[in-house]
Design a binder for this molecule. Structure first.
Ligand code: GLV
Ligand code: MN
Ligand code: MN
Length: 406
């Protein structure tokens, strides 16, 4: 089946009619439909599906027959990405890498090219952390970067535990480090670019050099609930004010540090129009070029929040929910992937997190290919890639797999 056909089949799944954005949260119906679609596409190609107890899947193409033994990934080249989305996300972040991987296998088979190593197509679960809050949960569990104990504590916004969500989806959870990709020779993730570097360079394909260190931090601001009409302005203990000033301070600090800071999620208690809130919880996503820069910026934001809390009579506590260190992808592998017959794809940095970063941090030689995004917009229904660039991405991935598998 062609890339175009696969893309057409997958496009309606989990798309909201109102915004055109995607809601493919892990272990919920739309994401499970994407997983079923993936399983069917893999079965139609005769790929051998393997799963782990975390919800990750890998489908193997054994050009010269499956190796004996348990460690099926041994010596294999793995590609793929994730099928989940952020809330109201775009179509490309994740699925482009999975669909391109299947299309690249089709292309190699059509051309009669038989790689000398097995090729695995992986679909990692909960990459975005949109349901359980921890980014790259599937790859973190698989590699042991997150423990089963820590994951067992995770709940979604409705209070549903991860294990219950998995069981409700018909899975038999067995959380923790898994051997699913053990022995894999390398991992290559193709991804839509989440910026306009390739647009500025006037080229459809790029290769990743590094991922900025980034983290998620929960700020709990507490005050005193009171009547919105009868409470004099000078008598209030309003955590919304502390939160609002902290959001402004985070924006300013990110500019001063040439970094990124975003409050994209807020929870207000009791969330009534005619009451001063008792509590505001805001989640800060912060990213910087270096870990030291990230820590410095966070310390500055925390200090400013505390100062303001002092003036408002409120309290603030900061809890680190997840931190991903800086990742520098294997430079030799990046150069090998980037090298073309008479040219080279540009090697560019990214400020977005990826399962590729988790695998790289776990010692798997890892590379990423980016496909140009005309607007650079991502994590939004407006995320785009031209079909012609997607097809060039498939060609790029296919040629990369051949180079790495020979
Ligand atoms: C994942 O896409 C992230 O960078 O948050
Ligand atoms: Mn994303
Ligand atoms: Mn992604």
């Amino acid at each position: 089946m062609s890339f175009e056909q696969m893309w057409r089949d997958l496009t309606p799944v989990g798309r909201a009619a109102s915004s055109g954005g995607y809601f493919r949260q892990p272990f919920a119906s739309a994401e499970r439909e994407c997983v079923s679609w993936f399983e069917q596409e893999c079965a139609a190609r005769g790929l051998e599906m393997q799963r782990d107890g975390n919800g990750n899947l890998v489908a193997w193409w054994w050009p010269s027959g499956p190796p004996p033994g348990d460690s099926r990934a041994s010596g294999g080249i793995v590609t793929g990405s994730h099928l989940d989305s952020v809330l109201d996300g775009g179509a490309y972040d994740g699925p482009l890498g999975v669909v391109s991987a299947l299309a690249a296998i089709d292309l190699l088979r059509e051309r009669g090219i038989t790689p000398s190593k097995p090729i695995g197509v992986v679909a990692f679960v909960e990459e975005e952390g949109s349901r359980f809050g921890l980014a790259c949960l599937g790859s973190r569990l698989l590699t042991g970067a997150t423990t089963a104990e820590a994951a067992t504590e995770l709940r979604d916004r409705d209070g549903v535990f991860l294990l219950d969500a998995m069981s409700d989806a018909g899975l038999e959870p067995d959380l923790g480090r898994s051997g699913l990709l053990e022995g894999a020779e390398c991992f290559v993730e193709l991804h839509v670019e989440q910026g306009r570097d390739l647009v500025h360079r006037n080229t459809p394909i790029g290769v990743a050099s590094a991922i900025w260190p980034h983290g998620r931090y929960r700020f709990d601001f507490t005050g005193q609930a009171n009547h919105a009409g009868t409470t004099r302005m000078e008598d209030r203990v309003d955590p919304m004010l502390t939160y609002a000033m902290t959001a402004l301070a985070a924006n300013k600090q990110a500019r001063l540090f040439d970094s990124r800071a975003t409050f994209g999620r807020v929870d207000v208690q009791p969330n009534g129009t005619n009451a001063v809130p008792s509590r505001v919880t805001g989640w800060l996503d912060a990213r910087a070029e270096t870990s030291a820069g990230l820590e410095e910026m966070l310390a500055a934001i925390g200090r400013l929040a505390e100062e303001r809390a002092g003036r408002d009579g409120t309290e603030v506590t900061v809890t680190e929910e997840s931190v991903s260190p800086e990742v520098t992808f294997d430079p030799g592998l990046a150069a090998r992937v980037a090298a073309q017959d008479d040219d080279a794809w540009p090697v560019i940095a990214t400020m977005a997190g990826h399962d590729a970063g988790v695998l790289s941090a776990a010692g798997v030689p890892t590379a990423m290919l980016f496909v140009r995004n005309p607007t650079g917009i991502s994590h939004s229904p407006d995320e785009r890639a031209e079909m012609s660039d997607c097809l060039l991405g498939v060609e790029a991935l296919a040629s990369t797999l051949v180079r790495l598998a020979s």
